[in-house]
Design a protein around this ligand. Structure first.
Ligand SMILES: [Zn+2]
Length: 256
């Protein structure tokens, strides 16, 4: 069995066939999903999906860096209000994204650090989105050193970055990128331990080969697990066992 530690099942891409997507995930041995929020617009869909599959999904709440703009203070209030309405297993997804737009870098950092503080206050791990902002994220994490842990979701960095993230007490979320033909990630992962890694999809994005370019779904995570079994030269059941244990420990899942 596996846990998809990063799924956006609640987005409209799945409105037409959400039940079938979950059925296929269950058939593929996916035991549980972690659903990280994006912004205030996605909260109601997130909650509705949790209601539809209460035992199959756990929620993370946060404001995504690409949604940070002029109205960020009000957006943070909206997010904070939900803490009394639902149970969350993590703060996420949060982080910095300097790939799409650098206009609001200052605001992105303020929002990221506010949410890191929430993680400290609520004793929750964080799910970090990092796009071309590794050093800036490290600078923020240094201010919370020893107080937060979590996962760098969608990890695709080099060995040096990986080691630093692990030193901060984080796991690395591995998705379909590792199956891409030109990915340097397999060589990086060879230098790491399986106990450092979580499996994820980031569905609907980043479908693994041979589904690359199509809508991603949890059932495809099998391809990512198979690729890891090649990289670590072990059988796929060992990959599933260790990464599932890692997810249960990090998110303190009490579902099994
Ligand atoms: Zn995501």
């Amino acid at each position: 069995m596996m846990i998809d530690t990063h799924s956006h099942l609640y987005l409209e891409e799945f409105d037409a066939d959400r039940v079938e997507v979950v059925e296929r995930a269950k058939e593929a041995g996916i035991k549980h999903l972690v659903l990280p929020n994006v912004d205030k617009e996605t909260i109601s869909a997130l909650f509705a999906t949790k209601q539809q599959f209460p035992d199959y999904c756990s929620l993370a709440m946060g404001l995504h860096p690409t949604s940070v703009g002029k109205g960020f203070k009000e957006d943070l209030l909206c997010i904070e209000k939900t803490f009394s309405e639902e149970n969350f297993i993590a703060i996420g997804e949060i982080g910095l994204d300097l790939y799409w737009d650098k206009t609001f870098l200052k605001e992105q950092i303020a929002v990221f650090e506010q949410q890191l503080q929430w993680a400290v206050d609520l004793h929750l791990p964080v799910i970090i989105h990092n796009r071309e902002a590794t050093n800036e994220i490290f600078a923020s994490l240094r201010k919370f050193s020893g107080k937060v842990n979590g996962v760098f979701h969608c990890f695709s960095g080099d060995e040096y970055e990986a080691k630093k993230m692990l030193d901060f007490g984080f796991k690395l979320g591995i998705n379909g990128i590792v199956t891409f033909k030109k990915s340097a990630l397999p060589q990086v992962l060879k230098k790491l331990k399986l106990s450092d890694l979580l499996l994820e999809t980031d569905m609907p994005y980043l479908a693994p080969v041979p589904h690359r370019g199509k809508r991603n779904e949890s059932a495809f995570m099998q391809q990512t697990a198979l690729k890891l079994s090649e990289i670590f030269e072990t059988n796929v059941s060992e990959i599933k066992r260790v990464t599932t244990e890692n997810a249960i420990t990090l998110f303190r899942l009490s579902i099994f």
